[in-house]
Design a binder for this molecule. Structure first.
Ligand code: SAM
Length: 218
């Protein structure tokens, strides 16, 4: 999707992807990655996700990247946080107590801007990308993360013909194709998610499975 698509979604408040509660998979599986408190965690395409607050509560520093200024501003306003805003490498970086959100395009971001990272959390980032963009996304994510860093990835499987994305279906084989050259991948869990997502059933889905993956950068 091009940036304009997302800017329009945020402007119209069409953000059905935003969760008002902390993601269950994150809470269940994060500690299994073994990342100690103090680790710096990248959250690509972060939106205004509350999961970033949870990661900070676990003692981590959070580095988010989001193209929509509306989303970044909403994150701080809605959580009653007053950020300091600085300009850095063409991004505006909004920060408050171990949360730094870079506002701009994920694909233009270089590892040296972000500093040392220890892990990443991808919920609704890979699956927000159409198929043709996903190899570039995986490649760029790998370029931002150092060897031995760990990550949690959540994907969706459904019949792509039943609904146009986003979110897009990313099947097991594709996760392997996208990441296995640079990451060790472990499938942690799969979960029937149709009942919890009536809006997708209304859009035509007859089945929907969430998959949770652990990644380790080689
Ligand atoms: C489906 S939403 C998921 C947001 C968040 N991960 C969550 O779980 O709520 C995808 C987000 O990616 C942002 N986005 C899309 N393309 C981007 C890009 N190239 N660089 C940075 N952010 C982008 C959109 O504005 C949107 O907020």
């Amino acid at each position: 999707m091009d940036p304009e698509f997302w800017h329009e979604r945020w402007a119209a408040n069409q953000i059905g992807f935003h969760q008002r509660v902390i993601n269950d998979h994150l809470q269940r599986h994060w500690h299994g990655l073994g990342l100690p408190a103090g680790s710096r965690i990248l959250v690509p395409l972060c939106g205004k996700s509350l999961d970033m607050l949870w990661l900070r509560e676990q003692g981590h520093a959070v580095v988010g990247i989001e193209i929509s200024t509306l989303a970044v501003a909403a994150f701080f306003t809605e959580n009653a946080l007053t950020p300091v805003i600085r300009e850095e490498a063409g991004y505006s970086c909004w920060s408050y107590d171990r949360i730094e959100l870079y506002c701009g395009d994920f694909f233009s971001l270089h590892a040296d801007v972000l500093g040392v990272l220890d892990g990443c959390y991808d919920r609704a980032a890979l699956i927000a990308m159409p198929e043709a963009q996903r190899p570039r996304y995986a490649q760029h994510l790998a370029s931002l993360l150092p060897a031995a860093s760990r990550g949690l990835l959540v994907t969706l499987e459904y019949q792509q013909v039943e609904m146009s994305g986003p979110p897009f279906a990313v099947l097991r084989q594709e996760v392997s194709r996208l990441f296995s050259a640079q990451f060790d991948i472990e499938h942690l869990e799969q979960f029937d998610a149709l009942a919890a997502n009536p809006a997708f059933r209304e859009r035509g889905l007859t089945g929907l499975t969430e998959h949770v993956w652990s990644l380790r950068h080689r």
